[in-house]
Design a protein around this ligand. Structure first.
Ligand SMILES: NCC(=O)CCC(=O)O
Length: 366
């Protein structure tokens, strides 16, 4: 079989090209020392040059992270007109209008304590203020030209808050791409460069525990989809590999199959290769898109949409009602309790960390 190159080409697996990639752009102050090998670290003034180089390579997206300024307890700088994020979005769009711009939406770059969430005077999580901050940031980024926003706090309710705010501001076509973030020291160089390491404690109470990530990733994915996510970013990138083993048809597990293309799972024409429900939440639903049920039959797996039907979801009905396609997908999913396999969330299974009850973990220490 492999002697003929035409046959090799015919049966070649998926190929990763520049057209599958989105590059991280870490927008730094002009006088900031770039003491890192992290790709994409760029003083603000050099952003046009950096982005032009990427566009010439054929890269199709940029994910913007801004080094926050004027940091305080309320993350005031995050909403300041013309702040570094807004300017970075403008630079990218002016340089390469065709690039898809995704922006990080989180308090941690803008709070003086480095936490993703805002706190009350008593030190508790201030949920309304945090949701309000993230929602206003998302609208500000969309107003500045962002095509998608990436809420990264891993805070239940924040995705719904962002989606609702975008819709109400007339940005229904701006996508929401939350993180599914596993807690890891691999973020340390990024946090050091961007000065986002929490002054006290860590993000362990929000991000997924590495030891349980193989199933919690899927639980969280289903949750974000229920809140209105359009696509997901698995973080760190190797998180994608923990989904692969659970996608073996012979095991018939409750899982999705990870894409081979990049850490950001984004809409693609290759819907047959993984369950679109996990990745694009049906925004591109169309005649060529396989249904959840068809996908599950063909691959012998359960998708996140199927998994979601096992959870006491707080948001999926709301999303289904708002988006017609979502409703149809939900109806075609497996009935509750039909999932078979060794990693099936058992009766009474809870994602942990008090998420089901909406209770949030308190400040924890290293
Ligand atoms: N807002 C949090 C993140 O972006 C995730 C990486 C980190 O822990 O800093």
């Amino acid at each position: 079989m492999r002697a003929r190159s035409a046959i090799r080409s015919l049966y070649r697996g998926p190929v990763l090209t520049a057209a599958d990639l989105s590059a991280p752009l870490l927008a730094l102050p002009d006088d900031h020392p770039v003491t890192t090998d992290l790709p994409g670290a760029s003083p603000a003034g050099e952003i046009p040059e950096t982005v032009a180089r990427w566009a010439a390579l054929g890269i199709v997206g940029v994910k913007v992270f801004a080094y926050g300024h004027d940091r305080d307890a309320h993350a005031t700088g995050a909403l300041a007109p013309g702040n570094r994020m807004v300017r970075a979005i403008g630079f990218v769009k002016a340089t390469a209008p065709g690039l898809a711009v995704t922006t990080k939406v989180c308090g941690c770059s803008w709070t003086d304590h480095g936490e993703c969430v805002l706190r009350t005077a008593d030190g508790d999580f201030d949920l309304p203020a945090t949701y309000g901050l993230m929602a206003a940031m998302a609208v500000q980024h969309a107003d500045a030209g962002a095509d998608a926003v990436s809420p990264t706090a891993m805070l239940d309710g924040s995705i719904r808050a962002v989606r609702t705010a975008l819709d109400e501001a007339g940005h229904r076509d701006v996508a929401v791409n939350p993180n599914v973030a596993v807690h890891t020291s691999l973020y340390d160089p990024f946090k050091a460069l961007m000065a986002t390491d929490p002054r006290a404690g860590h993000r362990r109470g929000l991000q997924l525990e590495p030891g349980r990530a193989d199933r919690d990733v899927l639980v969280q994915a289903a949750r974000w989809i229920g809140e209105g996510a359009d696509s997901l970013t698995l973080q760190p990138v190797m998180t994608a590999s923990i989904l692969r083993p659970s996608a073996q048809p012979s095991q018939s597990l409750c899982s999705g199959k990870a894409p081979a293309r990049s850490s950001t799972a984004s809409p693609t024409d290759d819907t047959a290769s993984w369950p679109g429900d996990l990745w694009d939440n049906g925004r591109r639903a169309g005649p060529s898109r396989p249904s959840t049920a068809a996908y599950e039959r063909a691959h012998g797996v359960r998708t996140a949409q199927g998994l979601a039907s096992h959870l006491p979801s707080r948001g999926s009905r709301q999303v289904s009602a708002r988006r017609g396609a979502g409703s149809a997908r939900g109806a075609s999913g497996p009935p509750p309790g039909s999932c078979r396999g060794p990693r099936r969330p058992g009766p009474g299974f809870r994602p942990g960390r008090g998420q089901e009850s909406g209770r949030l973990p308190g400040r924890s220490r290293r």
